[in-house]
Design a protein. Sequence first.
Length: 424
Amino acid sequence: MIPHIAVEKLSFKYGANKSVLEKVSFKVEKGSFVSIVGPNGSGKSTLLKNISASLIPQKGQVFLKSEDIFSIKPKELAAKVAVVPQETMIQFPFTVEETVLMGRMPHQQRFQGDTPEDLAIARWGMELTNTWHLKDRLISEISGGERQRVIVARALTQEPQVLLLDEPTAHLDLQHQMELLELLQSLNKTGQVTVLAVLHDLNLASQFSEYVLLLYQTKVFAAGRPEETLTAHNIRQVYGIEVMITPNEMTGRNNIIPMARSTSKLHSGKNYRLHLICGGGTGTFIMDKLVQYGYQVTCGVLNIGDSDWSKAKSLGLPLVEEAPFTGIRPEIYRKNQELINRADAVVLMPIPFGTGNLGNLEQARNAGKEGKTIILVGNSDLSSRDFTGGKASRVYQEMLDEGAHVLKEPREIFTLLNSLSQQK
């Protein structure tokens, strides 16, 4: 199938300056919703201007349904591709309705006035963008957010096959951000309009995109589905910040929560292996941070469907799993032992112990006796979490007697691990 848009080895620079884009290539299928993301200066707006033919690249090509976009006459191109620019200042005193009707010009003959059909399409665009009530106001007298929605209405009035938007949510409040992106998503799904949008908000890109193009230092750093592209690793490399990525149960997409500037350089966990014994959400946060800091993490034994099981799955961590509400079978313990054998340290989170999972605790104790580092997180008094008639408490005390590290708070583990991994 011929892609709707194809960009092939596109390179661009302004004058004699350093290249802004270098050998950028990607394809967009008809009816896709593509977000272009990346830090400031990564070439996002420049790429959009090349795709719209407002800039001509030094090298490479852009195709619209296999036709070189730079060979298409401007009026013909405007009937197929609409652009919502980043800057929307209009100095002349046109009304909102007059501004939106400018979107009909590619479909009109020279000197032709606005037809009833043009007026109806313009009204449709304004009603979709909630700007019809502004139709008699001067475009120069409305707010930045209102003007942004008017420019989107003008683009829709072009009835384009492709809609290019450069930071369309920049001047909008939260309500209108969601309204606009939901509108674009609806047009994308029901009208088969191909949407390419430059977005700064990674959460919005994650929630609305089918495909994400991540630019960094003039090149495509990563591209693919949002969950493949907007990973903690990629965001750390490109933006230099740590994030927590959690599933959004309402949308089925991922939420991206900024945590702090990247501190991975302070840690040396690349070759340090940890086996995490957790459950019930006790390991969710610590898993994210350990992976961010470069530690090799495994988990087990976790019940299928448990929140820690879901987090480990989302991070792609090796784990051992068991069906819920059953005791852990011997063959499952054997798999767990294999992961423990490969670990440098075993981390035990503050989980309750019953007869069904007592073997997890016993495996940790045995690992300590064999010389592995044992880290116990939480209150050293296990009585409130012991549902084995005291067996778990006795095993726990053995680990304490053997010199296990005891940490009251999960966050203390990172200082300890940094020290241990440097000693390795």
